[in-house]
Write a protein that binds this ligand. Sequence first.
Ligand SMILES: NC(=O)c1ccc[n+]([C@@H]2O[C@H](COP(=O)([O-])OP(=O)(O)OC[C@H]3O[C@@H](n4cnc5c(N)ncnc54)[C@H](O)[C@@H]3O)[C@@H](O)[C@H]2O)c1
Length: 346
Amino acid sequence: MKKLKIGFIGTGSICQGNHLPHYAAMTDVEIYAICDILPDVAKTVAEKYNVKRVFTDYNEMLKLDEIDAVDVCTPNNFHSPAAVASLNAGKHVIVEKPIARTAAEAQVMVDAAHRNKKKLQVAHCIRFQPGNQALKRFVDDGEMGEVYYAKAQATRRRGVPSWGVFTNKEKQGGGPLIDIGVHAMDTTLWLMGHPKPISATGMACTKFGNREGVCNAWGPWDPKTYTVEDFAAGFVRFENGASMVVESSFAANIDHGIFNATLVGTEGGCEMTPVKMFKEKHGVLIDVTPVSLPTVDIYQQEIIAFLNAIRNDTEVLVTGEQCLITAKIIDAIYKSAKTGKEVEIG
Ligand SMILES: NC(=O)c1ccc[n+]([C@@H]2O[C@H](COP(=O)([O-])OP(=O)(O)OC[C@H]3O[C@@H](n4cnc5c(N)ncnc54)[C@H](O)[C@@H]3O)[C@@H](O)[C@H]2O)c1
């Protein structure tokens, strides 16, 4: 089988920790080119993986015709420009989550993928957890009946990222809502079957980010450069009558952090953390708990799925279109938080 040649844009933490090692372990792909705006980072990574083609400008890297696919792991502000440039250069793209900072940025990515007839997969790795894959099969088979309510939660009691650019609004587009809330929302919306959102109302605030000396699981951050929210919540209505609540925080005075997706349906309900279903059978309320789920590396699984979609010319599991819907919801929650009004989603 011909080896797929992969180019990498943004080779920081997630790329080094959770992407590159998986490609390196595969015999049917080649880590072909590396690009990072920090020359030292690019050089170190290139040396580790014995890569000859090293760049600090992705437009230069994209001139390499041999590259089949590009893995984008930059901060969020470059997801859209780097993905669009890659798609326009005829490469398939896997891009880290969130798809982009805004729905407008996401839309141009989706359009570029269509125009160039290339795959665009967003790296929402949580979908690849075997428990979530199992839940999806149950939901799709009608075990929940009509899902009329859902909850997406990604709350941390004290978990402000003290590294990288996660507290920089310009680079990330927002705080916990777009960084971790998006993971919970993606799983929840996927389990729900991506109903069409029609409106959202929400709030977002910064109560800890700009304070000095706040306890934090990951040590101190710089409160002077903190420009994102540290708590956001939203209520979303869908065309099919269902609704979804979203909660996310980097810091909040709560008992403990929660990372969960909850579905409530007429025939059953379910939760992601831990994976469990709630049913009524033969006049008895029962909990259904999977007992022998395999242990997998979800990052490896999403990469394998992306490569398979390229090789077999099949649809990726996490599509740009689906993530565009999530981006529209996030836009609407942030807008509602500013205006204090419910925002329609077109
Ligand atoms: N799926 C997950 O669970 C998960 C976990 C962590 C981060 N992420 C996502 O991964 C992305 C990167 O996060 P990170 O923690 O690796 O950040 P990071 O800051 O450690 O790495 C980003 C790298 O991109 C480089 N870069 C910035 N602009 C660039 C450009 N224009 N061209 C080339 N390189 C550029 C930076 O120099 C840096 O090395 C973010 O979008 C984040 O949301 C996803």
